[in-house]
Design a protein around this ligand. Structure first.
Ligand SMILES: [Zn+2]
Length: 136
């Protein structure tokens, strides 16, 4: 855990330095940064006795279009198309949690990892508490 945090911390700093120089992070830079934060959130959940399973990360345009049509998503600008969003399933006593509030500690921790992190539980039009994205 300690070593993992150090790696994440230095990458975050590196990202800030890149931003300050006015240069753009490439999509692969962003995906690597997102992946390390995803890992950090999963270990944090385990340490805090929150039982989660990983669902969608990267989604094709075809899959996204089908979700919009089904009303499960409202946008074709989803971060899932870039592989910069993940959906987590939270379980309590083995039962999938569908209400938003129990996901809040995960959302708060996610947002603490990077100022560009977004939690779907904060959305007002379509609350999506299991959705965590990097919008940097
Ligand atoms: Zn999602």
């Amino acid at each position: 855990m300690g070593a993992c945090w150090k790696v994440l911390g230095s990458l975050t700093l590196e990202g800030i330095e890149i931003t300050q120089k006015g240069l753009q992070m490439t999509l692969s830079d962003k995906r690597q940064h997102f992946t390390l934060m995803l890992s950090e959130l999963l270990w944090w959940a385990r340490a805090n006795d929150l039982h989660v399973a990983l669902d969608y990360v990267k989604r094709s345009e075809q899959e996204q279009a089908a979700m919009v049509e089904a009303g499960a998503s409202q946008t074709m600008n989803s971060k899932h198309l870039d592989g910069l969003a993940m959906d987590l399933l939270l379980y309590a006593s083995g039962v999938y949690v569908t209400s938003a509030e129990p996901y809040r500690p995960l959302g708060d921790y996610w947002k603490s990892l990077d100022p560009a992190n977004v939690w779907g539980g904060d959305w007002e039009t379509l609350v999506d508490a299991g959705h965590f994205e990097y919008a940097g």
